[in-house]
Design a protein. Structure first.
Ligand code: SF4
Length: 168
């Protein structure tokens, strides 16, 4: 919708730069291209393909953690892999978000009785959105990104409201 339809012709809109940045961020979430196990192939690669088309949401994969906003942990995280996941997360610039995709990265999934398997990637990195399923459908991955967009917008609104209350 054109802006003049919302605000009327010849009007001026004031917006805080951080709100503008948050709006831009929530609509261009670039995720780090890596997968640990079957979830990466079953759900994630599918979601990026032409049928489900992540790109239309502004969601693209990047090959470097230094250019990524989102880490999608897709697969079973064992203790050895946990160190690499944490290192990749640390290399991502702020602000950054994490999506735990599939039963394995949420809770250990079907492998949770094995002592080398982590009972959820949230033991090593903070998770923003959890996607249940084994494997989750590509639609679930899309929904997780819609939830993440809402979370970013809500955090932005809360920050502005808190500042307004403090200034009053
Ligand atoms: S949740 Fe299922 S599909 Fe995903 S990594 Fe674990 S076993 Fe594989």
């Amino acid at each position: 919708m054109a802006l003049d339809k919302l605000t009327g012709e010849n009007s001026i809109v004031f917006v805080r730069s951080e709100q503008l940045f948050d709006w831009a961020r929530s609509n261009s979430l670039w995720y780090l291209a890596f997968g640990i196990a079957c979830c990466a192939i079953e759900g994630l690669m599918h979601a990026s393909g032409p049928r489900f088309d992540f790109d239309r949401m502004g969601v693209f994969f990047r090959a470097s953690p230094r250019q990524a906003d989102v880490m999608i942990v897709a697969g079973t995280v064992n203790r050895k892999m946990a160190e690499s996941v944490k290192r990749l997360y640390d290399q991502m610039p702020e602000p950054k978000w994490v999506v735990a995709m599939g039963a394995c990265s949420c809770t250990g999934g079907p492998f949770r009785e094995y002592p080398n398997v982590l009972l959820g990637v949230d033991k090593v990195v903070p998770v923003d959105v959890y996607i249940p399923g084994c494997p989750p459908r590509p639609e679930s991955v899309h929904f997780a990104f819609i939830e993440l967009q809402n979370k970013i917008k809500k955090a932005s609104e809360e920050r502005v409201a808190a500042r307004r209350n403090r200034d009053n």
